[in-house]
Design a protein around this ligand. Structure first.
Ligand code: MN
Length: 258
């Protein structure tokens, strides 16, 4: 078994170290991760400057660690197409410090690392821990290990977004297959003034308190269940294909020469 690990918290973050250690007991592990934190990097790739990769060694159990100057998606591309000896069996991104739920997935560097693996036809998992303070890496890495062990046995391609509640292992109530819930922010932009009198902006709001819908990822982690959301990269809104027919008919009637 060959695993490619990446993240967006940076190569030295405890989440990826714990994950690498656990997975090294089940196969060969390559860590290819950003040299610095790239949280909220989204699915960005570096196209207009070089990407540098530096080998950092084998800290534990023959885990091979590389850092790159690129984004999580860049790391996956560089790993798959050059650094790894062959195509990995699974790409795992994480374990992220902080949840990746609902609409936040569109910003997520963690999830984008997994998306890139999936685009390369490799089953891929994003794993996040639902806290920013006092992370229980022990629980998160044990859960991650179990999910990975099950995922590698599937005989079809998957892209899974996993969120682990931050609590001791015995408090976890189970595993829940979920859809993406709603995450909305209020007061998301602050405008301030720098010491030279010029305005600047700071993005980062407070979450709107909306009761989570049952069956969603937000609901699962709030109820101390491990959330597993299967994702697809087809962003089409299929309901709209029907609803927007009048709009297209109108455009055709008004703009096409008869
Ligand atoms: Mn992060």
């Amino acid at each position: 078994m060959l695993f490619l690990l990446t993240n967006d918290d940076g190569v030295d973050s405890p989440g990826i170290e714990r994950l690498a250690f656990r997975l090294s007991q089940h196969g060969e592990v390559y860590v290819v991760a950003p040299e610095r934190e790239r949280s909220a990097a989204g699915h960005s790739i570096t196209m207009h400057k070089p990407i540098r990769a530096r080998y950092k060694g084998e800290p534990v159990n023959r885990v091979k660690v590389w850092e790159t100057s690129g984004s999580p998606a860049d790391c996956v591309v560089v790993g798959i197409f050059d650094l790894l000896p062959r195509k990995p069996d699974l790409v795992v991104s994480g374990i992220n410090l902080g949840p990746n739920l609902g609409e936040d997935l569109t910003y997520s560097g963690t999830v984008s690392g997994a998306m890139e693996g999936y685009l390369c036809d490799i089953s891929s998992l994003a794993i996040s821990l639902n806290t920013f303070v006092d992370p229980d890496w022990e629980t998160a890495s044990i859960v991650a290990e179990e999910v990975v062990k099950s995922a590698v046995e599937l005989d079809f391609l998957v892209l899974l977004n996993v969120n682990v509640p931050n609590c001791p292992l015995f408090r976890i109530k189970g595993f829940s297959l979920t859809s993406l819930g709603k995450r909305r922010y209020i007061s998301r932009l602050s405008k301030r003034t720098d010491p030279f009198g010029r305005p600047y902006y700071w993005i980062g709001g407070v979450l709107e308190e909306i009761p989570p819908q049952e069956g969603t990822d937000v609901w699962a982690v709030e109820n101390q269940m491990v959330s597993i959301s299967p994702l697809t990269l087809d962003l089409t809104d299929y309901r709209m294909l029907e609803s927007l027919k009048p709009l297209v008919n109108k455009l055709e009637a008004n703009f096409l020469p008869r």
